[in-house]
Design a protein around this ligand. Structure first.
Ligand code: ATP
Length: 220
């Protein structure tokens, strides 16, 4: 289920050299936010914080009443498996598994019932019914992306986090990828957060967080 998402005084330290400080976010459940800004300003790191994949040096991430930073490793893991769908920039599909097995594995990890049937349905919804037995290496970039989206949404997460969804795509396919994400988030009622350099994507989302030296939050 989608929940309000809030951050407070978040900062991350990578060794002695890099400190990333973030403006506070306060997002109602079900909103769509683009995170933009120059390379190296911490966009992917922020996605990892929101997913509960990374603990900050200071501050907190709240999903509804759950403070991810105060939660135990087990509680964070349960949160991630049940509530988060993550589409990585380079998809992170398992090369030795078919499209169907990749999506099924995600559902098994989430503890879903009937994972094989639901995986097939998720792929069919994304027009990949004829590709279920193919491995990632046998698919086009756009098809691999759709498998990654199917895997991210099949367990019906309330929070969908997406890193650079159009980075490898031509303009037509970029438009299709954007539509796919917006439709998936709308169908789930999920909060959608997308890291992007692409104005096509950023301009299509109602809210934007621009990271940089002068950090600003617009529209949230
Ligand atoms: N695991 C890590 N160890 C050390 N430094 C890291 C690590 N991950 C990221 N960084 C550094 O933190 C900063 C932010 O990285 P991040 O990947 O979050 O930025 P980004 O805005 O997503 O960049 P890009 O647009 O190039 O993908 C960069 O200076 C990066 O080198």
């Amino acid at each position: 289920m989608s929940a309000a998402l809030r951050t407070e005084n978040l900062s991350v330290q990578y060794g002695p050299e890099v400190t990333l400080r973030y403006p506070d976010l306060n997002l109602e459940a079900g909103v769509a936010l683009a995170i933009t800004g120059p390379s190296g300003t911490g966009k992917t790191t922020l996605l990892h914080l929101l997913a509960g994949l990374l603990r900050p040096a200071s501050g907190a991430v709240w999903s509804g009443d759950l403070n991810l930073n105060a939660a135990s490793e087990t509680a964070r893991e349960v949160f991630r498996r049940r509530n988060v769908g993550y589409v990585f920039q380079d998809f992170h599909l398992m090369p030795g598994l078919s499209a169907l097995e990749n999506v099924e594995l995600g559902l098994r990890v989430a503890g879903a019932d009937q994972p094989r049937q639901r995986a097939r349905e998720a792929l069919e919804r994304l027009d990949l019914g004829h590709r279920v037995q193919n491995r990632p290496g046998q698919l086009s970039t756009g098809e691999r992306q759709r498998v990654a989206v199917a895997r991210a949404v099949a367990h019906r997460p309330g929070l969908l986090l997406v890193d650079e969804p159009t980075a490898h795509l031509d303009r037509n396919r970029a438009g299709a990828a954007l539509e796919l994400l917006l439709d998936a988030a709308a169908e789930l009622g999920a909060t959608l957060i997308v890291v992007t350099h692409d104005p096509l994507v950023a301009d299509a989302l109602p809210a934007r967080l621009e990271l940089g030296q002068e950090m600003a939050v617009v529209g949230v």
